[in-house]
Design a protein around this ligand. Structure first.
Ligand SMILES: [Zn+2]
Ligand SMILES: [Zn+2]
Ligand SMILES: [Zn+2]
Ligand SMILES: [Zn+2]
Length: 381
């Protein structure tokens, strides 16, 4: 072969084959939407791994099937890759909790949160919503919270967390109890979270405190995901029982309130009557409370455990976190690291904020008087 002919042959081999272009029937995609999936969830499905979607006999979770009218198009390869990815994920086997129950459950896995459970339908106002939709919306909102936590603390998922946050939701009380006793080996009946190295949260959705209410359970999931993220970041230490409930609880309320405009969850076992300080709308109420209370708040607050704080102290903790984030956001990471090292706030605050506890209270009160409104609309329910 001459040099010129060889060059031509090499060029021909290197040229890509004509890529398939799709057709009019598939709007030049090469694939068509799989009709088997719940309306309005396509975007949320694409962001996670979902066992229900992956189990679709028509599309294997790609949400699209080959166009019957053409040889494929620009979206064909991505659909095939997604189908293979989800098949490999399912083939990796059941979760330990599924093995313990002896059956597969619904799983929705996002980068920071691995959700699982068995929920038929939940109450969403006057409508009903599927448990499947619930796990997808929770995955979306918990990832939103995780993204903010990461930004505020300079955290990176792969580098700084030891495990994904596992959150489980069971509509049957018997399943919740079986998971706790036989799988997690813990006692108790209400919603329970295990913090630190392998964070796990499990709840019976029909518990009187939550009543199968979609919005209540969604905010519960995000609130607890934040506790779990902070307990797992860097060192696997939960500060909530190390005398730093103000920071642990304050943060959990902060992201919940940021996403939903309201705080609902207190991590207090109230035997079916959850606390509801000022209906979860706190700015004007905190401003009024501090204006009429002359006695100092912080010296006592910064020593409390998460589980022993009153509803009012939870709200005050939220406000202290709100103040630090607004005025000194780069202090959040060193404060958390100091508290995780089991050092008291009276040492950590001067080092990170340049303020002793008494000075910090003065600055926080002045900020609240300026930043919070005197009046605020309250939700009706
Ligand atoms: Zn086509
Ligand atoms: Zn799904
Ligand atoms: Zn499908
Ligand atoms: Zn909490």
């Amino acid at each position: 072969m001459s040099a010129a002919a060889l060059l031509l042959a090499l060029l021909a081999a290197a040229l890509p084959q004509e890529a398939p272009q799709g057709c009019r029937a598939c709007q030049k995609r090469g694939v068509v939407d799989c009709p088997e999936h719940e309306a309005g969830l396509r975007e949320l499905e694409a962001a996670v791994r979902c066992s229900e979607a992956a189990g679709c006999a028509r599309c294997g979770g790609a949400l699209a099937t080959d166009c019957p009218k053409c040889e494929g198009g620009p979206e064909s390869a991505a659909a095939e890759a997604r189908r293979a990815e989800l098949a490999a994920w399912l083939a990796a086997g059941r979760l330990p909790v599924e093995e313990a129950l002896g059956r597969a459950v619904l799983r929705v896995e996002a980068p920071h949160v691995h959700l699982a459970g068995e929920i038929g339908t939940l109450k969403d106002g006057k409508k009903k919503a599927s448990g499947h939709r619930f796990l997808h919306e929770l995955a979306r909102d918990a990832e939103l919270a995780a993204g903010m936590v990461n930004a505020h603390f300079g955290l990176e998922r792969e580098r700084d967390y030891k495990a994904p946050m596992r959150l489980w939701f069971w509509q049957e009380e018997a399943t919740h109890l079986a998971v706790m006793r036989e799988h997690l080996k813990i006692s108790g009946a209400g919603d329970v979270k295990i913090l630190g190295r392998k964070p796990t949260f499990t709840v019976w959705t029909a518990d009187r405190a939550f009543g199968d209410e979609f919005a209540d359970l969604l905010t519960l999931g995000v609130h607890n995901a934040v506790h779990m993220l902070l307990s797992n970041a860097w060192d696997e230490v939960w500060i909530g029982d190390q005398g730093a409930g103000w920071f642990d609880g304050g943060a959990a309320h902060w992201y919940e309130e940021k996403i939903y405009g309201r705080a609902r969850h207190y991590c207090i076992d109230e035997a079916g009557s959850p606390p509801n300080w000022e209906n979860g709308v706190w700015r004007a109420a905190i401003r009024a409370l501090l204006a009429r209370r002359e006695a100092s708040v912080l010296p006592e607050l910064v020593r409390r455990q998460t589980g022993e704080m009153t509803p009012e102290e939870h709200a005050l903790s939220w406000s202290v976190y709100d103040w630090i984030l607004a005025t000194n956001p780069e202090a959040l990471a060193p404060i958390l690291k100091g508290l995780k090292a089991k050092r008291p706030a009276r040492e950590v605050l001067p080092e990170t904020l340049g303020l002793g506890v008494v000075e910090a209270e003065r600055a926080w009160r002045a900020w609240v008087a300026d930043a919070y409104p005197a009046r605020e609309k309250k939700p009706k329910d």
